[in-house]
Design a protein around this ligand. Structure first.
Ligand code: SP5
Ligand code: ZN
Length: 355
């Protein structure tokens, strides 16, 4: 069926909760997600491989080195700072956001303050095992790109935590390192051709957009729930964001309203495919939270819709790396991912998906 890059360390990240409007609520970005997708793909006949360990340069190809240093040491520093005992917070979570003041010249001594320099929200916690999972996921994305550049037409990276809300030096929306950006940059490093990122997650990939906004060599297109109707990431993801400088015209946002189902959603996917034509390789930010049963979005895409989206992307006929983003309804998660990949690889006779 397909080659899927998986790593057991992606289960080590245990955010357990999200601080939303100041209240700790149960998180939906749970370790079982990656395990269920990997097992579903194995059952559907995928070949599972582990990623190659990556040097820091893989991450700093799309992220600020100070940001990566922060992510990789935040939990240790939080522990030694004593916050788990006093005041009793056992996850890294910000309280002050200096960027809005415009005064961010000095790195604060306190990790409790430093986190506010990089966090875009309070919902995206860091704890024991987070960095191991974050770096394992990025390695899956980089290795998937290597395999695609090496001749495999379709490769899936089972990345957890997800990545598309993470920018060059910010994290949020359950995302820390931008796995899709890592894959896209790696494909660029391998080939002379440009890369297109097609983001099918229910939410706008504000981090991916930010990383490539001024570049012509990596274009970004997304269909997502309209942030103008009150949905995360709230502040970006609008149709008039089309890129800047060299990247002008290389960014395409297609916001859709609540209740959007297969027909209009697939019309948008067709539009994204047209926008991607001519690229030498494609990265799909494969969030399956646009599906009907998903608790995090009001879109109503079906299994068949995801299969058809796979066919549309597959018709571009270029090496394609699919990177897992959101998707939180555990009973249907694996079937949705498998449906997309069956469409992508042209195995449409099994279009109902399987788990
Ligand atoms: C990768 C990805 O899909 N990230 C999605 C992040 C969206 N999270 C927004 C959460 C907003 C608060 N949710 C509260 C639910 C209360 N029932
Ligand atoms: Zn999402």
């Amino acid at each position: 069926m397909i080659t899927a890059v998986v790593h057991p360390d992606t289960s080590l990240h245990l955010p357990e909760r999200e601080v939303w409007v100041g209240v700790p609520i149960a998180g939906t970005e749970v370790p079982e997600r990656a395990e269920i997708v990997a097992e579903g793909l194995r059952t559907a006949g995928a070949t599972l491989v582990e990623p190659k360990p990556q040097p820091d340069a893989t991450l700093t190809s799309v992220h600020d080195p100070g940001f990566i240093e922060f992510l990789s040491t935040a939990w240790e520093r939080w522990q030694s700072s004593g916050y788990p005992r006093d005041p009793g917070q056992d996850r890294v979570v910000p309280y002050a956001f200096p960027a809005v003041t415009g005064v961010v010249g000095r790195r604060p001594v306190s990790i409790g303050a430093l986190v506010g320099l990089y966090a875009m929200d309070t919902m995206t916690l860091i704890g024991p095992g987070s960095w191991e999972a974050i770096s394992a996921a990025a390695a899956c994305a980089a290795t998937a790109a290597d395999l695609a550049a090496g001749g495999l037409p379709h490769v899936m990276a089972v990345t957890r935590p997800p990545g598309h809300h993470a920018g060059r030096q910010f994290y949020g929306g359950s995302c820390y390192v931008n796995n899709a950006a890592v894959a896209a940059q790696r494909l660029r490093d391998h080939t002379a051709a440009s890369v297109a990122i097609i983001d099918l997650d229910a939410h706008h990939g504000n981090g991916t957009q930010e990383i490539f906004y001024k570049r012509a060599d990596v274009r970004y297109g997304s269909v997502h729930i309209d942030p103008g109707l009150g949905w995360f990431p709230h502040f970006v993801g609008f149709g008039d964001e089309t890129g800047e400088s060299a990247g002008s015209g290389h960014n395409l946002n297609l916001p859709v309203p609540e209740g959007t189902g297969d027909q209009p959603w697939l019309a948008a996917v067709e539009h994204l495919a047209e926008f991607s034509a001519g690229a030498g390789a494609v990265v799909v930010s494969l969030g399956v939270d646009a599906a009907t049963d998903d608790p995090e979005s009001p879109l109503t895409v079906t299994n068949n819709g995801y299969r058809r989206a796979g066919e549309i992307v597959g018709s571009l006929g270029v090496p394609t790396v699919a990177v897992l983003e959101g998707g939180y309804h555990l009973p249907t998660l694996a079937g949705l991912v498998a449906s997309f990949l069956l469409g992508l690889t042209g195995q449409t006779e099994q279009g109902g998906g399987s788990t």
